[in-house]
Design a protein around this ligand. Structure first.
Ligand code: PGA
Length: 247
């Protein structure tokens, strides 16, 4: 079950890591959680698909950390070579699947209709969908950030999306992996616009160059209910520090 009452910090490892790194990073996070006497927020790690089974085994003894996948297919099963069905991820013990990340939209030409099918498949399998939206630098410079995000959201959200099965991640494409972030005011504007389009209580994460140094300021912005963390989630200390920055 997803825990919509708490902020969510999700680590998106992208195409990084190894079995050894999975084991070591999760062990370090488990120790930090034990030392702290509990989780400061809902915490989820999203390793690459080949490491999900290892991660699920490691997390069996770390109940404070949930497992997520970075993608799933829009169909329940069938002739889709190389793809992974949401039901398989649920079977492995995943709680979430990220869908519509800008790297998937870009690298694999996924449009919002595809993203919506993936989100619907995640929900049908009992997973929470972390649906990603975000404008490019050109969109922002043209004054179209809010419009683009709104269009993506309307076209990507599956029927029946609610606080118990969906999370939105606002990730400006120009902020991902660049060290650049919008100002708190810019984040607040887009989050408020997203909030106005959603069912009550759906959490809205910010993602894009979240680091220990900027996490507290970002997580304190109104309507920011957590973070989707890429690069900094590959380091246990940095990721834990971001988790601890939740208000
Ligand atoms: P980043 O990635 O934290 O490395 O910018 C965020 C993301 O793409 O989810």
């Amino acid at each position: 079950m997803i825990d919509s009452a708490r902020p969510l910090v999700a680590g998106n490892w992208k195409m990084n890591g190894s079995r050894a790194m999975t084991r070591d990073l999760l062990a370090s996070l488990g120790t930090a959680l034990d030392d702290a006497g509990g989780a400061p927020c809902e915490i989820v790690v999203c390793p690459p698909a080949p490491y999900l089974a290892d991660a699920a085994r490691a997390l069996a003894s770390i109940p404070g950390i949930g497992l997520g996948a970075q993608d799933c297919h829009g169909a329940a099963s069938g002739a889709h070579t190389g793809d992974v069905a949401a039901e398989m991820l649920a079977d492995l013990g995943c709680r979430y699947a990220i869908v519509g990340h800008s790297e998937r939209r870009g690298d694999h030409g996924e449009d919002s209709a595809t993203v919506r099918a993936k989100a619907a498949a995640a929900l049908a399998a009992g997973l929470g969908a972390i649906v990603c939206v975000g404008e490019t630098r050109a969109d922002r410079e043209a004054g179209r950030a809010e419009a683009v995000v709104g269009e993506q959201l309307d076209a990507s959200l599956p029927d029946g999306a609610n606080a118990e099965n969906c999370v939105i991640a606002y990730e400006p494409v120009w902020a991902i992996g660049t060290g650049l972030t919008p100002t708190p005011a810019q984040i607040g504007e887009i989050h408020a616009a997203i909030r106005a389009r959603l069912a009550d209580g759906v959490r809205i994460l910010y993602g894009g160059s979240v680091k220990p140094e900027n996490a507290a300021a970002i997580l304190a912005v109104a309507d920011v209910d957590g973070a989707l963390v890429g690069g900094a989630s590959l380091d246990a200390d940095a990721f834990w520090s971001i988790c601890r920055s939740c208000p």
